[in-house]
Design a protein around this ligand. Structure first.
Ligand SMILES: Cc1ncc(COP(=O)(O)O)c(C=O)c1O
Length: 343
């Protein structure tokens, strides 16, 4: 008998395990539907491909994750899409001035990568909607436990599940959670491109989700303790952490987010490449690494030379710290060693 209504007809369309994670993320995000892709970066490139065509204009916040910028400046440009970067501080009114008749996507990330600039998300999503553009937000830093973009009018919420949802640095995956108006086009693009994820990887993320809330609380508390202490250190010019009252975007963070995760940056008081390397080389517990959201602490120097308007801090090098689940006193001693190495 031919059964065209059979549910699991073809692997690309999903499996029960994939569906379980899609539904779990829909519950967390308040979304109509979710797609899973093999990395956080693919969760950025897929929706951009789904909603942009040759001749379109795309507005992207300048504090965006570096590889998002690279995708826009290379593949999207080749497709005939023009990307314009805007200052995260411009607010809804500033964004409205940059909207054009052919603006089809407004891409947000809050807080910004490496420097943690905050945005007035609802105001910006509203401007995008009125201008006929789809709004997307990279929500990886907050996870849906601390911020739900769709509640603020954003169309698509993007995650690198590689980070806190996976939580154990052993899986790469991304998700895009969409509202009712945008989901069908997103799913169509996924099927047209032909990419889904493996059930084994999906299982790892499903398992990670079960402990994400308690892990996040531990990351938040340890990061905040270290960030507050680092503010008192003379070797540190500034601490870039949205939950610190001294941070310029603090009020925006407080009015929109339910908490903070464990990723923040420090700006060293002077120095350059050599001092950044001395600090990083002296660390014993912190590893050197680009990813974050796992159990182990990581540090790196952020290179922000590609920014167009939201320029890098000028006081000294920017060091990004991912605070893991180790003992906080041990981490503090490790950072003290790094600061001592600055000479
Ligand atoms: C904010 C943000 N979005 C997306 C990604 C990409 O995630 P993945 O490493 O899974 O491609 C990262 C990775 O560092 C990130 O920091």
């Amino acid at each position: 008998m031919r059964r065209r209504d059979q549910k699991y007809l073809y692997g690309l369309r999903g499996t029960p395990t994939i569906e379980a994670l899609e539904h779990a993320l829909d519950d967390l995000e308040g979304s109509h539907g979710t797609i899973l892709v093999p990395s956080g970066l693919a969760a950025i490139s897929f929706p951009l491909l789904a909603f942009l065509s040759s001749g379109d204009h795309c507005l992207v916040v300048d504090s965006v994750y570096g590889p998002t910028r690279l995708f826009c400046d290379t593949l999207l440009r080749r497709m005939g899409v023009e990307t314009e970067y805007f200052d995260p501080a411009i607010g809804g009114a500033g964004l409205a001035q940059r909207m054009r008749a052919n603006t089809r996507v407004v891409f947000l990330e809050a807080p910004g990568s490496n420097t943690f600039e905050m945005l007035h998300v609802a105001g910006m999503a509203d401007v995008a909607r009125r201008g006929g553009a789809v709004s997307m937000l990279d929500n990886t830093w907050a996870t849906p436990l601390l911020f739900r973009p769709l509640d603020h009018g954003v169309d698509l919420s993007i995650h690198a599940l590689t980070k806190y949802p996976g939580g154990h640095s052993d899986v790469m995956m991304g998700s895009v959670s969409a509202n009712r108006e945008t989901f069908a086009r997103l799913r169509d693009a996924q099927m047209q491109i032909g990419v889904n994820v493996s059930p084994d990887d999906t299982y790892l993320v499903l398992r990670g989700l079960k402990t994400m809330a308690v892990r996040l609380k531990a990351h938040e508390a340890a990061a905040l303790e270290l960030a507050s202490w680092l503010e008192t250190r003379p070797e540190v010019a500034r601490v870039l952490h949205p939950a610190l009252p001294s941070f310029p975007g603090h009020d925006l963070w407080k009015s929109q987010f339910k908490g903070a995760s464990g990723l923040f940056s420090i700006v060293l008081a002077g120095g350059g490449e050599r001092e950044a390397s001395a600090f990083l080389d002296a660390l014993r517990i912190f590893g050197l690494g680009y990813s974050w959201g796992g159990f182990e602490s990581l540090a790196l120097e952020a290179h922000l030379g590609d920014r167009v308007v939201a320029k890098a801090p000028t006081e000294g090098p920017v060091i990004r710290l991912q605070i893991g689940l180790e003992d906080v006193a041990d981490l503090r001693r490790d950072i003290e060693g790094g600061l001592a190495a600055l000479g």
